[in-house]
Structure formats: C-alpha cells, structure tokens
Design a protein around this ligand. Structure first.
Ligand SMILES: NC(=O)c1ccc[n+]([C@@H]2O[C@H](COP(=O)([O-])OP(=O)(O)OC[C@H]3O[C@@H](n4cnc5c(N)ncnc54)[C@H](OP(=O)(O)O)[C@@H]3O)[C@@H](O)[C@H]2O)c1
Length: 289
C-alpha cells in the first residue's frame, strides 16, 4: 500500500509517518510512505494537491494538516476555515477523482461539550468555537465527497514527543514551581499521539472502516487529574497540583466542560479501541522525559 501523510511536520503527523515506517508498509509489494510537511504541500492549493496525488499515487491519504490555534481562530475564522474546512474538501475531491481513501483527523470540539455521557460517533454536533465550526466543515466536506470511503477520525487532548503540549508543560513546571493550579472542571481523554497514529494505520488497513471513528484513550480525566499523574510519574508529590476552575483562566475560545468520546464503532468492526490513558502516559514517559 502507498500512504501519503499531509501535515507531516506536526505533532501527530510526525508520529503517523514514524508508525507507518516502523510497521514496514514500505515492503516487498512496492508500498511506500510519503510524509509531506506544510512546506512540501499546502492542502488548500488544489493544483499542488492534484500534482502530489499524481506523483505519489497513494492508496491512503492521512490528513494531519490543520489550523490548530484554538484561541486565535476566534479572531481568524476565515484563515482557520481555509485550512480546516477547504483543505479537507480539496483532498477529498482529489481522492474521489483518483479513487484513493482519505483518513481525516478531526476533534472533540465539533461537539458542544456539555454532555453527561460519552458522545457517540453519530451524536448531533454543535461546536461552540470558531475552531470547532471549521473542523466540522472539514468533516462534512470529506463525508460528502467520499460517502462510501471517507473516514473521519476524531481525537482530543493530544500530547506527544514532538511539539508543545500540556504534558510537556507539566513536566517543565514540575521543575520550576513549588505548586501550581490546574483546572479540575473540564473532563476529557488525554491521548498519546503514538496511539492515534497506531489507530490511523489500523483503520487505513481496513477498507471497510469508513464513516466516523473516535480515536481517544479509554477512561476520562480532568486537566488536574492529568497534571497530578504527570507529577506522580516524575516521582513528585501530586498534591503540589491544586485544583481550580475554568473561570479563573478566561480564554477567547470557550473550553468544553465535558468532551468524553465513546468508542462503539471499533467494536462493531471487531477492532480494539485505544487503551486507558494512564497506561499510555506511562509508556509515553519513556520518550518524553
Ligand atoms: N493537539 C490536540 O490536542 C488536538 C486535539 C483534537 C484534535 N486535534 C487534531 O489533530 C490533528 C493534528 O494536530 P496536531 O496536534 O498534530 O497539530 P499541529 O502540531 O499544529 O500540526 C498541524 C500541522 O499542519 C500544518 N499545516 C497548517 N496549515 C497547513 C496547510 N495549509 N497545508 C499543509 N499543512 C498545514 C502545520 O504546519 P505549520 O506548523 O507550519 O503551520 C502543522 O505542521 C489536527 O487535525 C487537529 O485538529 C488535535
């Protein structure tokens, strides 16, 4: 199989390329993995996308490119829409014309985030932020252009080896501060990019896996829970992390209070969803510390 990864310079994109190389998709049957960073391929440029598709002839495209500055998007929704809404539409149309599959990465922010039970894959969406609206537009464009083969993979609360993220910040702050306050009234699923990469590769190998999937860790936590677990893994006293509330940290884009995602579609296909978040974090520490 031939794979093309867009946004390959990002936190998730780098792990997807690494995962594909590690599992040896570039094998005897002529498979290959091509990772294209933003400098290599701007997904909003239809001519450049058409050329990349012709040059690399991928069987599966994994779109990890996105405008991910959630707060900035409130002021720059058009710019965010160009990348998160139009970019996926361009990729999906190119796949529709050539016959390739598209795995498009999306987010829990497509939901309103005020639920009381895990969101199912087909629950009604209702984004509260500009970022969420643009990501929802991307999902809709992919599923409209590729109704039989498009795959939307929603993830959330990502941390990874490459790039800025909450876990890395907590590792740094443990060394710099005696105590710190972390919000304890937002619930989600801390998720390691390496696990999402593995999930994407598994979905790419299953042509029957189309529609919407949720690729987040099992279980749930608050940011305070996550910070305390980081401290525990560092051998530090978790009580140095003090719980606080969201209203103490006002931000341009409102954060969801509850954005836990359900994983039923994996079982429907006989596939394993991602493991519990604490297990993943423990393993991630080997590469992050
Ligand atoms: N991080 C999270 O917690 C989180 C949560 C839920 C969902 N997600 C989703 O997960 C996916 C990966 O996110 P990430 O955390 O890996 O973000 P990231 O590190 O910001 O990576 C996104 C990559 O996309 C590139 N990019 C931006 N505009 C582009 C364009 N027009 N053409 C090609 N590439 C472009 C960026 O390049 P530059 O840096 O050069 O701009 C960057 O390398 C995204 O779909 C995101 O919405 C992330």
């Amino acid at each position: 199989m031939r794979w093309l990864v867009t946004g390959a310079g990002g936190m998730l994109g780098r792990d997807v390329v690494a995962r594909l190389r590690a599992v040896g998709t570039a094998d005897a049957d002529g498979g290959a993995v091509v990772g294209l960073t933003r400098a290599d391929l701007d997904i909003t440029d239809a001519a450049a996308v058409a050329k990349a598709m012709a040059d690399h002839a991928p069987d599966v495209v994994v779109n990890c490119a996105a405008y991910t500055a959630v707060d900035d998007a409130e002021e720059h929704e058009d710019a965010a829409h160009a990348i998160n809404g139009e970019g996926p539409r361009v990729l999906a149309q190119a796949c529709a014309e050539r016959g390739g599959r598209l795995l498009h990465v999306s987010t829990d922010y497509v939901f309103a985030g005020d639920g009381t039970r895990p969101y199912a894959e087909d629950d009604p969406t209702g984004p509260l932020t500009a970022y969420g609206r643009t990501k929802l537009a991307g999902e809709q464009a992919v599923l409209a252009a590729l109704p039989e083969s498009g795959t939307v993979v929603r993830t959330a609360w990502l941390y990874g080896e490459h790039g800025a993220n909450f876990v890395r910040t907590m590792i740094r702050l443990e060394g710099e501060r005696d105590t710190l306050e972390v919000v304890d009234d937002q619930r989600g699923q801390p998720t390691w990019t390496a696990d999402v990469a593995e999930a994407l590769v598994a979905l790419g190998a299953r042509p029957d896996a189309h529609g919407v999937f949720h690729a987040t860790s099992a279980g749930e936590a608050t940011w305070c829970d996550l910070a305390r677990e980081v401290f525990r893994l560092l051998g530090a006293d978790p009580e140095r992390v003090r719980p606080t509330t969201t209203d103490k940290f006002p931000r341009p884009a409102p954060r969801p209070a509850y954005s836990v995602l359900g994983h039923d579609r994996w079982a429907e296909l006989g596939m394993r969803p991602i493991r519990p978040w604490r297990d993943a974090l423990r393993e991630a520490f080997a590469v992050m510390t």
